[in-house]
Design a protein around this ligand. Structure first.
Ligand code: HEM
Length: 366
């Protein structure tokens, strides 16, 4: 099977493509001008290799400013606060500020838990149509982040992370500049001390879309498996979280040999993280959060939110009659833009004889 690195993350056959990619060597994609690594074991090995660095975005932003004769002060500020685009000592500083915020939230016991449970119960209280992304998952993410930051941090999906997207247009970049200015303003107004605004903003920018996309991928996988069954049907495999962060990128700082090829200085390497989500072992699947010094700081929180959501879904006695969804276009995240569910009561599904594999899916992944 040939793999198109651009369409792979949302390919309906991605599970099989990633399975087939096990043991394969990295290959150079001349269109994207980067190395592509699909085999999850090599991805893990390379993430841990000290000769690779995360690509910093500050210089690229400076070039955009010059070319279009505009100022992007908020993006330039964020580029120095987001650990995922910083290396060395500055990275360790940024990371530790965020870790402190997350640990303070853990100590406060997670005020989001009960309201999240209620959201799940209310969304599935009665038979009928449910749109799960905006109707359930976005409100859950907003609740979790309000509890973390003590302010309203609701934003449309991807408004803050377009800056990482390779498809981002100039117009979208200017919009992100405005959204980050807005986020900084909200944090300032809420009385967050100046020295901690960067950590709060980085937490929101890196965490919200990662959490939303992963919850959406996990819910989509589960409801597709549930078609023709009740959500609480124990013959259906229990819900599993799927990483919505599809790839990580690195830059070669020192040339080296790897799996029979030579990585040259300054070459870019794209590491596909999705392969981890398809592993059987729950421990190995955790590598969907990364495994290196840049690995996810929000992992514990994300797993807790998922566990509350997943156990709520498992209590719903409604039958999934059909699922309709379509993917968002983004080069880093994979996420259904919407998940439309038609839910019927167990009684109706018996009397109307719901088909076990109803049509209407606009896409399907394995
Ligand atoms: C299921 C949800 C999530 C997934 C799958 C996920 C995944 C990831 C991945 C793959 C990375 C980059 C690893 C690398 O490039 O080596 C990352 C980094 C990061 N994530 Fe998450 N994440 C999730 C949720 C969150 C949440 C909820 C937060 C915050 C509350 C968060 C905060 C961060 C931060 C701060 C980093 C940057 C770490 C660094 O560069 O040192 N993430 N995440």
């Amino acid at each position: 099977m040939t793999v198109n690195p651009l369409s792979l993350p949302t390919d309906p056959e991605r599970a099989a493509l990633l399975r087939d990619a096990r043991g394969t060597a990295p290959f150079f994609d001349s269109r994207l001008k980067l190395w592509v690594v699909l085999d999850h074991e090599k991805v893990a090995e390379l993430l841990l290799d000290g000769r690779l660095a995360v690509p910093e975005v500050d210089a690229a932003l400076a070039t955009v400013e010059q070319r279009y004769d505009i100022g992007l002060p908020n993006l330039r500020w964020a580029a120095k606060e987001l650990p995922l685009v910083i290396n060395g000592a500055a990275h360790r500083r940024a990371r530790s500020g965020i870790a402190k915020l997350l640990s303070a939230d853990r100590k406060s016991g997670g005020a989001w838990r009960e309201p999240v449970r209620r959201l799940v119960r209310d969304a599935f209280a009665a038979a009928g149509p449910v749109e799960a992304v905006r109707g359930l998952l976005l409100p859950i993410v907003n609740l979790a982040f309000a509890s973390l930051t003590q302010i309203d941090v609701s934003f449309e999906p991807f408004t803050l992370t377009r800056v990482f997207d390779h498809y981002t247009s100039y117009r979208q970049l200017v919009a992100v500049e405005q959204h980050i200015a807005d986020l900084r303003g909200r944090l300032r107004e809420a009385g967050i001390p100046d020295e901690s605004i960067g950590a709060h903003a980085a937490l929101v920018i890196l965490g919200r879309d990662s959490l939303l996309s992963s919850l959406a991928e996990g819910v989509l996988d589960f409801v597709l498996n549930c078609r023709g069954h009740r959500l609480n049907d124990t013959s259906v495999a229990p819900p599993r979280l799927f990483g919505g962060v599809a790839i990580a990128e690195r830059l070669v700082t020192t040339p080296f040999e790897f799996a029979g090829i030579t990585f040259e200085k300054e070459q870019r390497i794209r590491l596909y993280l999705q392969g981890f989500s398809y592993l059987e072992s729950e421990t190995e699947r955790l590598a969907m959060f990364g495994v290196s010094e840049h690995s996810c700081l929000g992992r514990a929180l994300a797993l807790e939110v998922w566990s509350v959501l997943a156990s709520g879904l498992r209590e719903v006695a409604l039958t999934v009659q059909s699922v309709d969804f379509a993917y968002e276009r983004h080069s880093i995240f994979t996420m259904p833009r919407f998940i439309n569910l038609a839910l019927v009561s167990a009684h109706d599904s018996d009397t109307h004889d719901a088909p076990s594999d109803p049509g209407g899916d606009s896409d399907r992944h394995g």
